[in-house]
Design a protein around this ligand. Sequence first.
Ligand SMILES: NC(=O)c1ccc[n+]([C@@H]2O[C@H](COP(=O)([O-])OP(=O)(O)OC[C@H]3O[C@@H](n4cnc5c(N)ncnc54)[C@H](O)[C@@H]3O)[C@@H](O)[C@H]2O)c1
Length: 358
Amino acid sequence: MAKKFKVGVVGAGGIFRAHLPGWMASPDCEMWAVCDVVPAAVQGFVAEMKANYGVEIPPERQFTDYKKMFKAVADGKLELDMVDVCTPNTFHAGPTIAGLEAGVNVIVEKPMTVNAKYAEQMIAAGQKTKKLLMVAQSMRFQPESLLMKAMADSGALGKVYWGEAVMLRPRGVPAWGLFINKDASAGGPIYDIGVHVLDFTLHCMGFPKPLAVSAGAYLKIADKPSVMKHDPKKYTVPEDFASALIHCEGGITIVLQASWALNIPGGRANVTVCGDKGGLTLYPLTLVREEFGALTNVTIQENPYNGIASHAEEVRLFIEAVKTGKPSPVPGEQALKTQKILDAIYASGKSGKEVTIK
Ligand SMILES: NC(=O)c1ccc[n+]([C@@H]2O[C@H](COP(=O)([O-])OP(=O)(O)OC[C@H]3O[C@@H](n4cnc5c(N)ncnc54)[C@H](O)[C@@H]3O)[C@@H](O)[C@H]2O)c1
């Protein structure tokens, strides 16, 4: 029997539980090591693995410090082929770089990190050791998204020139975890939900190079007791809403809007990408183009991707890429472009001026 890939997790919290079915479904992998700064999280995960899957993770493969875990790998004391970094945003870069430098392939949660400098260091670490780096932009792997990307790639849009990426919640400040804590998350809705729709819009457009951003980033209502529902002092991230106009090469523009709290009549989540031959909107998935001399909406009766679970799918594709040597399903180089836009949104929101991206 072929040797299985040994898998570790750094940050055994909420989102890792969504990745876990993907790992457990793979005949090529075995869950091998766990690291979490909270000892109870390590113990909880170890107990869960035993109870739910009959998998033992003995004490020598349990860690509360990722540096010690990857040192054990580098010293040849721990075997690890892949690691799933599911820590809060500000702790993505550290374990990713340490993992790649120790010769471990890394899948890291979104947003890739919290500034372009760290993103570049993460990419460089993977290049140095020739290990795979994938950013878990899960929205790409939802059934509608998979089909929309296939439709965009078919050429049905012609020359693409405009995109709209919207994830607006009237009231939807996360009341759990560390999302509202600046030290852990660095940003609010831009990093939590804006990054999903922005990444997917860029993905459908073939990742044009971003050139400049003009944005507003506001903290107006999310830290009010009526909106927060819990201690408003805990709200330390810089924004509850952001709106941006992003200029990309080729004359392409993208409008991005993301909120956790905004005085609008209802929530909106969508991605639209338009070209000179047609336009695509994600929800409900619709292709708009001229047919028979009429402006026509093409809608989907049966999506062949239905049934795919995005988090398990991204893990499956990561494993496949490591196994076959295929390119990363979400390369760091793409996420770096997104990160540069996110950096520019915060900078422009602060200065009130357009920010050029280098
Ligand atoms: N793709 C998605 O749809 C999606 C959804 C939710 C969260 N996320 C992302 O996943 C990440 C984690 O979010 P979550 O909801 O799972 O948070 P969480 O708080 O539930 O889990 C994070 C875990 O990381 C641990 N941790 C913190 N710092 C650490 C460190 N330095 N080393 C090791 N462990 C550490 C915490 O103790 C916790 O157990 C965030 O970056 C978030 O943006 C993505």
